[in-house]
Ligand binder design. Structure first.
Ligand code: GLU
Length: 297
């Protein structure tokens, strides 16, 4: 493999290396705390390391102020991580290298459909919102997908272009989640050709995550179970790039006492708000542990 994997991370692959990967697009809330706390516990139990990745690729929604707030909230929760913090906005060259490899190998193609086109075709009123949640990216109707024999005709990167990953239709992605047990997803049914690069010059979450998990030598990814389909997509990218998949541990979604999913961007559940209301870190940890028990995983 080329320089996707820096030498500093190549040694000691057997040792546990976990990560937490917040996006600085808002304040950390109870759901983040639950996932990050689990990641922290698992790294401690394995006597391994926990790295911190600042997923600040969205130029419109990322704010330096949220990075500061996130660091403060992590310290308050006593989540210990090993510096230096990795910021994705400083690693664009690595993601471009991965995109070029995928293009050359015929795994990716340019897509000229706009988000509005896709929403119109699907008559999907919620599409704008869904696009912000990686797992909800709807199955692409393959409008720009070239015939296989023409796939190699446009291998060179063009600016201002969206690129999609061509999924092998019908392939079943199986993995044994360390928390949820065996899982299986079918390419072309559970998810379709997904975006890996956006025309504003940034990689999608899926591509950046795969490149960084490999480059940082991550051995286990702990994240919310709302990202299970993203895990399947990312396993396809790992195969296409010749990367080893880490292990996965998906955490439960938090639910309230009636069993309703706690909304992701609920201000009242921001760690900051809970702290200002006088909650201790121990109380916050007890809150999400109770919720995880209610959700049954
Ligand atoms: N930045 C992503 C999120 O906050 C990270 C997901 C992951 O752990 O891969 O949802």
């Amino acid at each position: 493999m080329s320089n996707l994997i820096p030498t500093s991370y190549r040694q000691g692959a057997a040792r546990y290396i976990g990560r937490i990967a917040p996006s600085p697009t808002g304040l950390l809330h109870l759901g983040h705390a639950a996932t990050f706390w689990t990641a922290h516990q698992r790294a401690q139990e394995a006597e391994g390391k926990l790295l911190l990745r600042n997923e600040d690729l969205d130029p419109h929604r990322s704010r330096a102020g949220f990075v500061e707030a996130m660091l403060e909230d992590l310290a308050w929760l006593c989540i210990v991580w090993t510096p230096p913090m990795v910021s994705q906005s400083e690693r664009l060259a690595l993601y471009r290298e991965a995109l070029d490899r995928l293009l050359l190998a015929g795994h990716s193609y340019p897509c000229r459909c706009s988000r509005q086109d896709l929403a119109r075709m699907a008559h999907a009123p919620h599409d704008d919102h869904a696009a912000q949640e990686p797992d909800d990216e709807r199955v692409y109707p393959n409008i720009c997908r070239p015939a296989l024999r023409e796939q190699h005709l446009e291998p060179a990167f063009q600016p201002n272009t969206n690129y999609r990953f061509r999924v092998p239709d019908g392939a079943v992605l199986r993995f044994t989640d360390r928390n949820l047990g065996p899982r299986a997803f079918t390419a072309g049914i559970d998810f379709g050709d997904f975006l890996i690069w956006r025309k504003d010059g940034v990689p999608s979450y899926q591509l950046a995550c795969v490149v960084d998990d490999a480059a940082m030598g991550i051995t286990e990814v702990v994240r919310g179970r709302d990202l299970l389909k993203s895990t399947a997509r990312q396993m396809l990218l790992q195969r296409a790039l010749g990367l080893t998949s880490p292990e996965y541990f998906h955490t439960p979604l938090l639910v309230d006492s009636e069993g309703n999913r706690l909304a992701k961007r609920h201000d009242a559940l921001a760690l900051r708000t809970l702290r200002e209301r006088g909650h201790s870190p121990e109380r916050v940890i007890a809150m999400f542990q109770a919720s995880a028990i209610r959700s049954g995983t």
